[in-house]
Design a protein around this ligand. Structure first.
Ligand SMILES: [Zn+2]
Length: 436
């Protein structure tokens, strides 16, 4: 068949088929009304009562109190629950799950797992995030050679079930990556996992490579912990300049105060972890509107982790010390006016669905003194805003995708239980979880 004829036939089929789909849509009434007993206004961090959300196909078309519902309409009655935008986990590694008792998990991943098995396993984990109420994740590397882009495509086309993915591709990093103790002769394997930068020119080109391969955001390591090396400020500046030229944000893994300060000076948009940030650096972050993604651990997860590694030494004291540091840093950041974006960084096998383990990050913030509605705002509206997507998700308003969840219980007074009692999950207008 000649190619032109083929094209015309395909075009005709598309037009006819689209026409019939619309007709069917109207006949089947593709409009749904959600009755929300309580509704979380994520932009303003408030709970509203007795609201209705109107959804047409995959988008919200109206949110309000006095919306008339025509007879025979599709109604989802969530009057007994709190309805909110789907949660966003701002720091995931869907393609990685480390066994806590494995001395060299990186070797296992790079040398024995392989890309195909890795992405298949990642797809199962992706589903666990969606089922617990995360309708979007920001996946920040540890995902082999753009396997995150492949998984994102598979989810978007409906091949596998998972949250919306906003992906970085491999982490852009200096020599050695985050692989500690590897013999020099095997170093080429590191390039399977990371994009290694050895100069400013490399830095510039690395961004082009990532943009061409479908990265939504650029993730760098300002310091390579556990390795004791780092990118230079000039390399980071070159990355930021190129990324911004292509409309992409840059977020930096940075644990020490020096690494945070250098990354912020170079112009990054976000800081991941930031365990040791000083007050002076926090002031600089606030001034430059750089967000902080604190990837802390909740007390229940600490216990789980210590159980698995059979940690016998004074666990209460160790946990209290770690939590004290997390809390101090988080409270100082909030006081300095730094925007908090939530992110679990959960890549450890804690013997539960990984999405559920990831959700513990929200409990961790509450333990560290954040108010429930502030945590929810960070995990919805502010996370979406950091991605430049606040008109697409993270908020329930006209025009956004119908990414909606509902929880049972008192979200303000009993946050840690209610946030786990998810009774309803909808993504892009499709229901994935609906419990009585
Ligand atoms: Zn991480």
């Amino acid at each position: 068949m000649n190619r032109q004829l083929n094209f015309i036939l395909i075009l005709c089929y598309f037009i006819l088929n689209t026409g019939s789909t619309f007709a069917q849509t109207n006949k089947n009434n593709n409009t749904t009304f959600i009755k929300a007993g309580k509704l979380f206004d994520s932009e303003n961090g408030k709970i509203l009562s007795d609201y209705i959300v109107k959804i047409e196909r995959n988008r919200i078309t109206e949110v309000g109190k006095n919306i008339s519902i025509p007879a025979g309409a599709n109604i989802i009655d969530l009057s007994d629950f709190t309805v909110m935008p789907g949660l966003i986990d701002g720091h995931t590694h869907l393609m990685t799950l480390d066994n806590l008792n494995d001395d060299q998990p990186m070797a296992g991943k790079l040398l024995f797992e392989g890309d195909a098995l890795r992405v298949l396993r990642g797809s199962k984990r992706a589903k666990s995030w969606l089922e617990t109420g995360f309708t979007t994740v920001r996946d920040l590397g540890d995902s082999g050679p753009f396997l995150d882009v492949a998984l994102k495509r598979a989810i978007n086309e409906g091949t596998v079930v998972g949250p919306r993915m906003f992906v970085s591709g491999p982490i852009i990093i200096s020599e050695g990556g985050q692989v500690a103790g590897l013999m020099n002769k095997y170093r080429t394997v590191i390039s399977d996992e990371y994009t290694i930068v050895r100069s400013v020119d490399d830095a510039i080109n690395s961004v082009r490579v990532h943009v061409n391969n479908g990265a939504d955001i650029i993730k760098i390591c300002a310091n390579n912990s556990p390795n004791n090396t780092s990118l230079t400020i000039d390399e980071m500046k070159a990355i930021v300049k190129m990324a911004h030229r292509y409309g992409k944000k840059v977020t930096a893994h940075a644990t020490t105060n020096l690494a945070v300060w250098e990354a912020v000076t170079a112009g990054v948009d976000g800081i991941e972890h930031g365990y040791q940030i000083s007050d002076t650096t926090l002031v600089l972050m606030a001034k430059k509107a750089v967000v902080l993604v604190p990837t802390d651990i909740s007390e229940p997860l600490f216990h789980k982790l210590y159980d698995i590694i059979d940690f016998k030494w004074d666990r209460e004291k160790n946990m209290k010390r770690a939590k004290g540091r997390y809390k101090d840093r988080l409270q100082r950041a909030i006081k300095a006016g730094v925007t908090i974006v939530t992110g679990s960084d959960n890549y450890l096998d804690l013997e539960m669905p990984q999405g559920e383990a990831a959700k513990n990050i929200l409990i961790a913030y509450e333990e560290e003194g954040m108010k429930p509605l502030d945590i929810l705002k960070s995990s919805t509206y502010l996370s979406a805003k950091f991605m430049g997507k606040e008109n697409e998700f993270g908020v329930l308003k006209e025009g956004t995708f119908a990414d909606i969840i509902a929880v049972k219980g008192d979200i303000e007074k009993d946050f840690s239980n209610a946030i786990y009692d998810v009774v309803f999950v909808m993504k892009n207008g499709k229901v994935y979880v609906e419990k009585e």
